[in-house]
Design a protein around this ligand. Sequence first.
Ligand code: GAL
Length: 390
Amino acid sequence: MRILVRIVGAVCAALLSVCGPSTAAAQKVALTPPMGWNSWNFFNGKVTDKDIRDTADLLVSTGMRDAGYVFVNIDDTWEGERDAQGRITSNSKFPDMKALSEYIHSKGLKLGIYSSPGATTCARYPGSLGHEDQDAQTYADWGIDYLKYDLCSYGGVMRQQAPNDPAAQAKLMIAAYEKMHQALLKTGRPIVYSLCQYGFNEVWKWGPSVGANLWRTTGDIQANFDRMMLIGRAQAGLAKYAGPGHWNDPDMLEVGNGKMTHNQNAAHMSLWAILAAPLIAGNNLNQMTPDTTAILTNKDVIAIDQDSLGRQGDRVYSEGPMEIWTKPLSGGRTAIGIFNFGETATEIGLHFKDLGLKGKSQPVTSGRQRIWVRSATDGIPPSRTAQWCC
Ligand code: GAL
């Protein structure tokens, strides 16, 4: 049994939702994949207090906050010296973290920050090694709601303490992430805990045990289609490790950065939604085109990512550049992502069996359109051949 879908255009993605079984689960923070914005992908090491405030204003005025993007995350390069008591301070780019956090909160947004279990961060600013409790408390005092904790120079500590012993190195790494987890717990403030160690040692298997709400599964994303798709497609098989409160993170969005086309950006956003990935935008909101805004705030796509069932999707079919991914949704529905990663238009049959669907017909929602699609085999023609173009 199959539904015929004609994918027109070069790179394209079509998202559908149809019926299937459901369950529920609950945890305290990050019940659905965190949504927000992070400074690294666009501002890199140049980010300032003003950039963060401007971004907060724009998240509100562009409708992104209301679409769900509530975290405003300062990545690396905010850190200053430690004071006489060993407390971390912010550098001259961020004159007053507490005031900044109050500003962010006054906009109905939340503030995120970045550190490392090593002595220095990847951009060589002070990390938290030996100051975990103190730093967690400082973040809580500032009103921080989210911490991205990046392995960086701690890799050197691991190699130094356990030379040529990968298993012992992994233990050290896990203990370092657990240390900050305990430090965050002691503050009593709910802080989303985001692990960044590029997927080493199958982090998806132990991330939840160190309190992680999300963990990076790969190296860094870049604002080009090849890198984005390589990372996205490599998520196949990881679905079972994600769920409410703990998510696989294939890295932040590059929608609106670099030279990706509309189709490529739409495919990026669609795949991340099927993956129940954290949706952390990384573009410059000051220069956001209407097209970028439309892709980032597409309610139907966001609803698939944020679905309350909290299940990550997986690949169910692939042939050459064509891939089909499905994601179980609440209410017994299934999201179907149809991706053409190739450069020419092509036609694809959706086999009910591959999609875990039964019967001769299924109600389908595609974008705003609601249609019924019947099985194309057994002599029954499809009631409609849906056409999506990009
Ligand atoms: C990398 C990380 C990036 C960014 C950068 C900052 O390790 O993967 O997302 O945080 O460090 O130095």
